[in-house]
Design a protein around this ligand. Structure first.
Ligand code: PMP
Ligand code: GLN
Length: 394
């Protein structure tokens, strides 16, 4: 009997950084600015619809592709905001969070041994899903650009080979908070078309671009609709990360491949939450706009506090996250820094190096989330003020 029973391809993914840092936060009574989940609820009307759905007996398997009202609401929403037209019956699939959509997209469209190109730092589930599919990952990278980040186009060109089947692109970007520019997205689109690649566009933070930065869906660029699988989720848009209602939108042949995998992962999920998310997409866009404004403000407050505490703060243009360099604090390893932080200062954060294969290039950055209540952020900020007084052992 092998000492580690986990299959070899999943051994590198034994535990997620979010579980690890949240566990440390709980153990030390730390303010959790690590895992990105809000500590306040989504729109009250949406919560009422979910309660009512349960009371009305909407508690059995929903249809395989998702309840029709939700697929229609997703189609209407995307047509209104992006001008793209997805047929709710054949081009939209409701999934168990964006996470399942990501896994099913790769499992359904990439053969074992084919390459998938990621842009690092990248969301952690991408690498695990690629491993589940028996595919191989290659990485391009973001690079510093002023106080923010931009795509290193040469690294993307170099990562693509004749064996590449799919590109994974996330904007607004977790963990950096970068919103990719039209120029970067156009360059990605040009390469995808030149090499005839599928593109998975992870738009989980599509509503959370700040300061007038425009979120551009890759699916809207010329030549991209037919090769792009757009993935999004109710989690971040309506502050319901525990509901796990996500979706994939793509032309029917691509979506059929995603469905082929999805139906044997979970078949369906979240029955009573689906009508509630449909209601929210149709009726709560103003709530979402207010959430965006509030988050933009909290981002400024947390960024200013981190600067005051001595971190080298990067610009966040969207998402739940801001990244900060620990070098000015005399620390050199973000992972060690984050492992110590809950006990040392009573705050939890996440090292950016866990989102990268080239860990050395990203081991000075720590990701903090500002998706928490005013009081939670204020307490985190108060505790972080002591960051420079007790240098990390790293
Ligand atoms: N993609 C990105 C970039 C994320 O940050 C997250 C976490 N919200 C997900 C996908 C997963 O989303 P969900 O919680 O809907 O599964
Ligand atoms: N997406 C959230 C984050 O990046 C949390 C995801 C998770 O806990 N798996 O913090």
């Amino acid at each position: 009997m092998a000492t580690i029973p986990t299959v070899a391809r999943l051994q590198p993914f034994a535990s997620t950084i979010f579980a690890e840092m949240t566990e440390l936060a709980v153990r030390h009574g730390a303010v959790n600015l690590g895992q990105g989940f809000p500590d306040s609820d989504g729109p009250a009307g949406m919560l009422d619809v979910a309660r009512q759905a349960i009371a009305d007996g909407f508690n059995q398997y929903p249809p395989g592709r998702g309840v029709p009202a939700l697929r229609q609401a997703i189609a209407t929403d995307r047509a209104r905001r992006y001008g793209t037209h997805y047929d709710p019956d054949s081009q939209i699939l409701v999934t168990v969070g964006a996470t399942e959509a990501i896994a099913a997209t790769i499992l359904g469209l990439v053969e074992p041994g084919q390459d998938v190109v990621l842009i690092e730092p990248y969301y952690d589930s991408y690498a695990a899903a690629i491993a589940l599919a028996g595919a191989r990952r290659r990485t391009a990278r973001l690079v510093p650009d002023g106080d923010g980040f931009t795509l290193d186009l040469d690294s993307l060109r170099a990562a693509i080979t004749p064996n590449t089947r799919m590109l994974l692109v996330n904007s607004p970007h977790n963990p950096t908070g970068a919103v990719l520019s039209r120029a970067d997205l156009t360059a990605i689109a040009d390469l995808a078309i030149e090499h005839d690649l599928y593109v998975m566009a992870d738009e989980a933070y599509e509503h959370l671009a700040f300061d007038g930065h425009e979120h551009i869906s890759l699916s809207t660029l010329p030549g991209m609709f037919d090769r792009t699988i757009v993935i999004s989720s109710a989690a971040k848009t309506f502050s319901v990360t525990g509901w796990k209602i996500g979706w994939a939108c793509a032309p029917a042949p691509l979506l059929d491949a995603v469905l082929a995998a999805k139906q044997f992962l979970t078949f369906v999920g979240g029955g009573p939450f689906q009508p509630a998310v449909a209601y929210a997409l149709d009726n709560e866009q103003q709530w979402v706009a207010a959430l965006r404004d509030t988050l933009a403000e909290k981002r400024l407050r947390l960024s200013a506090a981190l600067t005051e505490a001595g971190f080298g703060v990067k610009r966040s243009d969207g998402t739940y996250f801001v990244c900060a360099d620990i070098t000015p604090l005399g620390a050199t390893d973000a992972y060690d820094f984050c492992r110590e932080l809950p006990a040392r200062l009573g705050v939890a954060a996440v090292p950016v190096s866990v989102f990268a294969d080239d860990k050395a290039s990203w081991n000075r950055l720590v990701r903090f989330t500002f998706c928490k209540k005013e009081a939670t952020i204020a307490e985190g900020v108060r505790r972080l003020r002591a960051a420079h007084t007790a240098p990390a052992s790293s």
